[in-house]
Write a protein that binds this ligand. Structure first.
Ligand SMILES: Cc1cc2nc3c(=O)[nH]c(=O)nc-3n(C[C@H](O)[C@H](O)[C@H](O)COP(=O)(O)OP(=O)(O)OC[C@H]3O[C@@H](n4cnc5c(N)ncnc54)[C@H](O)[C@@H]3O)c2cc1C
Length: 398
């Protein structure tokens, strides 16, 4: 059980959580999602609800106040919420990626200090890897943290960070030795709060810059982090207490991140399919519902088969993750296939809806705008195919 999350609660409790989330989606999310998305409003009431539902601690061990859900249950929750509004899952998932770094690699002291605050949502945050000049090539980052006595002094800029503005803290990938060769040996991970966790007073040396405007994925804030002689405690911030391990931490946390993106993609595809199945029975042309035209049936058949295949790939990756196995290939396959499926199914749903697919009164245009991000986040789909191929060769050496 090296890497997987071991569920800390019973099957019945997990079912109860999924049912509670289902009720919440119908009662609270569905009535407001469209308006909040179109107006790009951060959903503060829904964030309060998600805190109460325990979602900010979903993958954190019960020992530290979390729910300790398995990846299988977690991915089902993510899919279900994404059917209604995918952005909501980014608010707790990016946060849980940060928590996973501490849970998996932190010192006992760091786990005891940070994880309860992450689990109860009092310190929400995300993962700060990307910089203006480095996304896929993470080893090219320029943010530097210099050890000065018992502190680190941080300088540099991060961009595209989810929860940057509304969040309180970020797991930050930095260079502690910019001259290291190979480059990854000079990289470390720091937990860098924007506010003092005890007094909640803003800390000096860190600012957010501008909120980034996006095609979709609205509601959740994506922003910059600008560090200018920012100081943090080495003991509490340097994850694992040892420099040079940051690259492994950044990429090691991505397996659950990829399962999550794949699960979100299934939610988008499933909703686009369901809407299309409904609409095609109601809309009539040439005297019959369009679902009776073979051209539409061919689309529905392909959309349904691919959505189901994506669902099964996510289940497979999550189940394997829960055994503690190394699953770069399976998580990569799920992420790649499910995100391409989301994009394709959302596009086909728009064609089936004709002009109404383009209207803001229907959810299709929103799914169509949300889907492409799934192909970019947590490692682009170009990189996923390379990862799959490399694993395939490594596991089948001749
Ligand atoms: C809405 C949104 C939210 C985000 N949230 C976060 C977040 O919370 N935290 C965070 O750290 N980052 C976040 N990101 C950043 C995201 O992870 C990066 O955009 C992504 O990793 C790609 O990096 P890039 O944009 O620099 O593209 P580049 O790395 O410049 O890539 C450009 C193109 O080249 C291809 N490419 C690059 N290198 C190779 C290669 N070796 N072989 C083949 N093809 C290659 C890529 O696949 C892509 O097609 C977010 C981005 C968006 C849009």
């Amino acid at each position: 059980m090296a890497d997987g999350f071991v569920s800390g609660i019973s099957d019945a409790d997990e079912r109860a959580i999924i049912e509670a989330i289902d009720k919440w989606i119908v009662k609270k999310v569905a009535p407001v999602a469209m308006k909040l998305e179109h107006d790009d409003i951060w959903p503060s009431d829904l964030v309060d609800d998600m805190t109460e539902l325990g979602l900010f601690g979903a993958l954190i061990s019960p020992e530290f106040g979390g729910l300790g859900l398995s990846a299988t249950t977690y991915s089902r929750i993510v899919t279900r919420i994404s059917e209604e509004w995918m952005s909501l899952t980014g608010i707790f998932n990016s946060h849980l990626m940060m928590a996973t770094v501490v849970q998996k690699f932190g010192t006992q002291n760091q786990k005891e200090y940070w994880l309860p605050k992450f689990a109860d949502g009092s310190m929400r945050g995300g993962l700060g890897l990307t910089e203006p000049d480095a996304g896929t090539d993470l080893q090219g980052i320029r943010t530097v943290a210099k050890r000065v006595g018992d502190k680190y002094v941080v300088n540099g800029t991060k961009t595209w960070i989810s929860n940057a503005i509304q969040g309180h803290v970020v797991a930050l990938l930095v260079k502690t030795d910019p001259e290291a060769n190979p480059r990854h040996k000079g990289m470390s991970m720091l937990i860098t709060p924007k506010i003092d966790p005890e007094t909640r007073a803003p800390l000096k040396g860190v600012a957010n810059g501008k909120k980034l405007e996006k095609l979709g994925y609205k509601g959740i804030d994506s922003g910059e982090f600008i560090f200018d002689d920012y100081e943090c405690s080495a003991e509490l911030s340097l994850v694992g207490g040892e420099e040079g391990k940051g690259f492994v931490m950044a990429t090691g946390g991505l397996e659950i991140g990829r399962i999550n993106i794949a699960a979100r993609s299934v939610g988008i595809a499933r909703r686009a399919l369901n809407e299309s199945v409904k609409y095609s029975q109601m809309r009539k042309t040439m005297g019959k519902p369009i679902c009776e035209h073979q051209a539409i049936q061919l689309k529905l058949g392909e959309m349904a088969a691919k959505t189901r295949a994506a669902e099964l790939l996510v289940e497979d990756a999550a189940r394997l993750f829960d055994t503690g196995a190394r699953i770069d290939m399976e998580a990569g396959m799920a992420k790649y296939f499910a995100s391409e499926t989301a994009l394709e199914v959302a596009t086909e749903a728009m064609r089936i809806h004709g002009g109404y697919g383009y209207s803001k009164e229907y959810p299709i245009e929103r799914l169509y705008r949300d889907a492409p991000l799934m192909c970019i986040g947590e490692g682009t789909n170009e990189m996923q195919r390379i990862i799959i191929a490399k694993q395939l060769i490594a596991r089948n050496k001749v």
